[in-house]
Design a protein around this ligand. Structure first.
Ligand code: ADP
Length: 514
């Protein structure tokens, strides 16, 4: 009767336990169920009334056997239940960890109560266990990454102890695999440096000191080390957040370096070969020009001699052909000179308006022959003397004018100039426009390349080798300027040069414009 009353009180207590997440079971002094909470029923997935107050421990054990609570094994359920009952109050039975059939892992703690009863507390470990297994998986993953990585990797703590490293790290440090284990100090590692074998005792010590200094100096993060076995190793050190530990990454760059040196050598050889070729062309053109000048000189003499009409015509042909050949050679010489970078742009005072007048005068005749109008454009601003290479600039403008006349059948060829005066220099915009055949959009860049001619009937007929614009573009570039072309085929072309030329006399410089 007493027990019954006491039991009822405890049932109420059991209801209080219902809010707890751990499973709780209370037995009385006779090991009969007094109460259990909801978490207990949930852990063992008990149906309503499957276990109830008053049940014997034996009943409970039999019910729970089906849940995996007991290992029945070969002994069978009865024997196992009997064994458990007999040893229920022994110290070995106080704490146990079991995995239930439903996969839950629980830790059971049993305690005696003052009235002779017992309390069992069931804590679910499943989550903690999962975390543990996840950690284990991560550790295994780390280990296999470390093992398979091609770089040598090591983790070092602040006192130069190697927390972890891979085999590749040992290889690159010149330490035989398996000679040291994780946790060794640098000094222990250094004892095994195989690549120092050939050194004297003193040399060995100095080298080890050097490597230790890099490792222990927080201000240094990278070193490229020539190992004594001939390899070159790139060593990087990165501090881990929080200080203390750092990660060492070692990479064998021996072949990279060799390859880079080979590429570098090949490039130098190719440049040298190209330079030699250019200078050969320059020499050759020079010799050819000398010979040609001889021929032209003699044919000029012959032209003045008293010859029959037929011979006169033949000598004329020699002269024209010779002059054409001379121009060609001059162009070729120019290109090779510019390529060999032996041509230097002169810086001499000259008058730009005079230069342009001369250019116009030189093309007046051929323009008239084709019935083309020659026009000047741009306001005539008084220009002080400028510093630059007048001969080269004249060559460029003439080349543009000649082309314009060459590729225009009717209409006009225009030479334009616009200037803006800065404090120390004039900013020029020079253009040559024509009303000729124009240049297709897809070839506007290519025409500045060497030996480029537009594959179109008209251009082919008029001669030239496609060097003029290439030379002009390079010269302009060497002068620090730029050349561009606009064209709306078939409505003509417009070549524009932008160039900055300093004033010859500083005092001539205008005050800055406001
Ligand atoms: P080329 O000696 O053949 O004239 P250039 O380098 O001076 O060599 O010109 C290259 C090509 O660009 C020419 O062959 C021609 O096809 C094109 N070109 C140059 N100037 C003009 C122009 N004013 N109008 C149309 N085409 C041009």
């Amino acid at each position: 009767m007493d027990q019954h009353v006491e039991g009822r009180n405890l049932v109420t207590l059991g209801e209080v336990f219902d809010d707890l997440s751990d499973g709780i079971m209370l037995f009385d002094a006779d090991l009969r169920v007094v109460a259990f909470n909801r978490a207990y029923a949930r852990l063992f997935e008990l149906d309503a009334d499957e276990i109830k107050a008053g049940d014997t421990l034996e009943n409970v054990l039999r019910t729970l056997t089906g849940r995996g609570m007991l290992d029945t094994g070969s002994r069978g359920v009865d024997a196992e239940v009997a064994r458990r009952l007999a040893g229920w109050r022994t110290p070995e039975n106080r704490v146990e960890t079991r995995r239930l059939r439903n996969g839950r892992l629980i830790r059971i703690t049993r305690r005696d109560l003052p009235d002779g009863g017992m309390i069992s507390i069931h804590v679910e470990l499943t989550e903690a266990d999962e975390r543990e297994r996840e950690l284990e998986r991560q550790r295994a993953l780390m280990a296999s990454i470390l093992a398979n990585i091609t770089d040598g990797v090591a983790l070092v703590d602040a006192s130069c102890r190697f927390i972890a490293f891979n085999d590749r790290f040992l290889d690159l440090m010149g330490v035989p695999r398996g000679a040291v284990h994780w946790g060794v100090h640098f000094s222990e590692l250094a004892r095994h440096f195989a690549d120092l074998d050939g050194l004297s005792e003193a040399g060995r010590k100095t080298e080890i000191d050097r490597r230790y200094r890099f490792l222990s100096d927080p201000s240094r993060s990278r070193v490229v080390r020539n190992m004594f076995d001939g390899r070159t190793v790139d060593v990087n050190k990165a501090m881990l957040p929080g200080g203390g530990a750092s990660v060492l990454t070692l990479r064998d760059v021996t072949t990279d370096l060799r390859r880079r040196r080979e590429v570098e050598d090949a490039r130098r050889e190719a440049e040298e070969a190209s330079r030699r070729k250019s200078s050969f062309v320059a020499r050759l053109s020079h010799e050819m020009r000398n010979a040609l000048n001889g021929i032209l000189g003699v044919s000029a003499l012959l032209e003045r001699a008293e010859l029959g009409e037929r011979e006169q015509a033949q000598v004329g042909l020699i002269s024209t052909s010779g002059r054409m050949l001379l121009r060609l050679i001059d162009d070729a010489l120019d290109v090779s000179r510019i390529t060999a970078e032996t041509s230097d742009i002169k810086v001499e005072p000259f008058s730009l308006p005079e230069l342009l007048d001369e250019c116009i005068a030189m093309v007046e005749q051929p323009a008239r022959e084709k019935g083309l109008e020659l026009r000047r454009e741009g306001a005539a601003v008084p220009l002080p003397a400028l510093l630059g290479d007048a001969v080269r600039l004249k060559q460029i403008v003439l080349n543009l004018l000649t082309n314009a006349i060459k590729f225009t059948e009717r209409g006009t060829v225009t030479l334009g100039l616009a200037t803006e005066l800065g404090p120390n220099a004039a900013y020029l915009s020079l253009w040559v426009a024509d009303t000729g055949i124009g240049i297709p959009a897809d070839q506007r860049e290519a025409i500045f390349g060497e030996f480029y001619q537009i594959r179109d009937g008209a251009a082919g007929r008029v001669g030239g080798v496609g060097l003029g614009l290439a030379i002009s573009a390079r010269l302009i570039q060497a002068m620090g300027g730029a050349i561009r072309v606009e064209s709306e085929a078939p409505h003509g072309s417009r070549f524009t040069i932008a160039l900055r030329l300093p004033f010859a006399d500083e005092d001539n410089g205008d005050t800055p414009q406001s």
